[in-house]
Ligand binder design. Structure first.
Ligand code: SAM
Length: 275
């Protein structure tokens, strides 16, 4: 029994729920599309490049890689996500599996992309070690992480609202901080230790699209796992207070567009080369 077993189960059960998979695809599509382009560029995806898209989710990165004519394999442990990915990127091959222990042979791929998947790993170092194992020497990794609690945007607002208005006794199964590797001082030594060089971090001004101010709460409540678990354990009164707080932020700091609101959701993109 590992310390992170309960965390691992929460993540697995959450993402395999078809409602969460669809909720994520609906709530986070714009932000993930913006970042998917950057991931594909960073690994130099193109014809005859074999790319593994880990934690492929609803296939947003796989589709971007295919548009660049790469050979794409997508891996995810959620059959519900793989079903969405097959619709989004019919030219890719999809495999159901665990990123922590993949069945691919050593040195199988030229590049690995991971769009917002690393925050869900029970052991990020083991995940990066697995990526290094399946990459060819000189192969490229690119992955994205949301900026967390201190950021000016959706995730910062969420944790701020939960901190002020949520029940302080609500806790989650222990697991790594979801925003850990957005800190280059933590990411760089971990990437070096797991077999990478040429490490770069760049900020991405990603944005979420929501139909209305109250929909930001719903995006987290219906399309996330850890955030949804934190919100789901609150009383109805506290949930309403958090919902209203987030809605006020969207009104004051979001950008009104014809179809709804754009909300800042800053993220970072990390890239490196296998030694
Ligand atoms: C936040 S979604 C990201 C989806 C997509 N890559 C994107 O850029 O939007 C995280 C995905 O990682 C998958 N996932 C999380 N942990 C995993 C693991 N250990 N092995 C395989 N897939 C995992 C989930 O099922 C989910 O589809």
């Amino acid at each position: 029994m590992k310390d992170t077993d309960a965390f691992e189960k929460m993540e697995h059960d959450g993402w395999t729920d078809p409602a969460t998979a669809q909720g994520y695809a609906d709530g986070f599509d714009l932000a993930t599309k913006l970042v998917a382009k950057r991931l594909a560029e960073e690994v130099l995806a193109g014809p005859n490049v074999d790319v593994l898209d880990l934690c492929t989710g609803h296939g947003v990165v796989a589709r971007e890689l295919l548009e660049r004519q790469a050979n794409v394999t997508g891996l995810d442990f959620s059959p519900a996500m793989i079903a969405l990915a097959r619709q989004a990127a019919p030219g890719a091959t999809f495999v159901q599996g665990d990123a922590m222990a993949m069945t691919f042979a050593d040195n199988s791929f030229d590049a690995v992309t991971i769009g917002f998947g690393v925050p869900h790993f029970p052991d990020p170092e083991q995940g990066l070690r697995e990526v290094a194992r399946v990459l060819k020497p000189g192969g490229r990794i690119a992955f994205s992480i949301w900026r967390g609690k201190a950021s000016k945007g959706a995730f910062g607002w969420l944790f701020d609202a939960i901190g002020r208005l949520g029940d302080p006794t609500v806790t989650l199964p222990p697991g790594p901080d979801a925003h850990l590797l957005a800190d280059i001082n933590i990411a760089e030594p971990m990437l070096v230790k797991t077999g990478f060089t040429g490490i770069k971090l760049s900020d991405v001004a990603s944005q979420l699209w929501v139909q209305g101010p109250e929909a930001l709460f719903s995006a987290f409540d219906e399309g996330a796992v850890r955030a949804a678990a934190l919100l789901g354990a609150q009383s109805e009164e506290r949930r309403e207070a958090i919902r209203a707080d987030l809605a006020a932020r969207v009104w004051s700091e979001g950008t009104k567009v014809e179809s709804g609101f754009l909300v800042p959701a800053p993220s970072v993109l990390l890239s490196a080369v296998k030694v």
